[in-house]
Ligand binder design. Structure first.
Ligand SMILES: N[C@@H](CCC(=O)N[C@@H](CS)C(=O)NCC(=O)O)C(=O)O
Length: 87
């Protein structure tokens, strides 16, 4: 199943998720979420703090950007998304 990203188009957190999916070459569906839509029970079941982004993939639903980015990096193979340089 194609991942689904619930986000708002102005969200820098949502953009991070989309950039990582893009870097991995993963097609995904974006569902824009307004402030009002984030407060309905369906969204609160996805994100208890009524925020975005949320990633749904297969039977998994993940919130918190760092957790989503780690999931994307782990599940979709590719080059490292983070490079640590030591000087
Ligand atoms: N700690 C969260 C922060 C997410 C967050 O603050 N998202 C903002 C959009 S950039 C949001 O949903 N704000 C809506 C609100 O607070 O009503 C994460 O890292 O994903």
């Amino acid at each position: 199943m194609q991942p689904i990203v619930y986000t708002s188009f102005t969200s820098p957190f949502g953009r991070s998720v989309r950039v990582c999916l893009y870097e991995r070459g993963i097609e995904h569906q974006v569902i824009p979420s307004t402030r009002e839509q984030r407060r309905v029970p369906e969204h609160l079941a996805r994100h208890p703090f009524a925020k975005v982004p949320v990633l749904e993939h297969d039977d998994l639903s993940i919130y918190e950007t760092q957790a989503i980015l780690r999931y994307v990096a782990d599940v979709f193979p590719g080059d490292p998304l983070v490079q640590v340089s030591r000087v």
